[in-house]
Design a protein around this ligand. Structure first.
Ligand SMILES: [Zn+2]
Length: 170
């Protein structure tokens, strides 16, 4: 029998804090915009999202609703799942979510449920936005958690991607 014990190699699961450079909101939005462009590549509405934990990127996703045929596969919910997996907890109290488009009611609900600390979004969504446009689920004192919001970051770039996508389909 082999006495090799490769399982002894120490990886510290107690400290899931990601390493890597800290990025600011603007740079994170750049990554989210690149994710959004990827979504358009497979016929999905171009929306991208990035999760930051203490300023470091821990997850980066885009809308996959058409790709998966899944109504819940919005960029924000996918990035919340990845962030939770990366940190080993559903409670994302130290996480900032950066997304190109104002979250819909489903995703705003997800941000609240995950106890996300802060939301940064690009373009407002007057037709479905639930973080200030139609509703503000992130700042409703009746709910058990509020998410800090910064709106409008690089909104023109996010809007342009959406306009190109919908324009190209007509
Ligand atoms: Zn959504």
């Amino acid at each position: 029998m082999s006495t090799d014990a490769p399982s002894d190699r120490s990886e510290d699961p107690a400290d899931p804090a990601p390493t890597g450079p800290e990025v600011g909101d603007d740079e994170a939005m750049g990554l989210a915009l690149a994710e959004a462009a990827t979504a358009a590549g497979h016929g999905d509405v171009p929306v991208g999202a990035v999760a930051l934990h203490r300023g470091r990127v821990i997850a980066s996703r885009h809308n996959e609703r058409e790709l998966r045929g899944d109504p819940a596969a919005h960029a924000e919910l996918l990035v919340l799942s990845d962030a939770a997996a990366a940190l080993g907890t559903w409670r994302l109290a130290e996480v900032t979510v950066v997304v190109t488009l104002e979250p819909c009611p489903m995703c705003a609900g997800g941000l609240v449920a995950a106890r996300v600390r802060r939301l940064v979004f690009g373009a407002a969504d007057p037709k479905a936005g639930a973080c200030g446009s139609l509703y503000n689920l992130c700042a409703d004192p009746r709910l058990n958690h509020e998410v800090e919001i910064a709106a409008g970051l690089r909104a023109d770039e996010a809007s342009l991607l959406l306009k190109e996508f919908f324009g190209g389909r007509r």
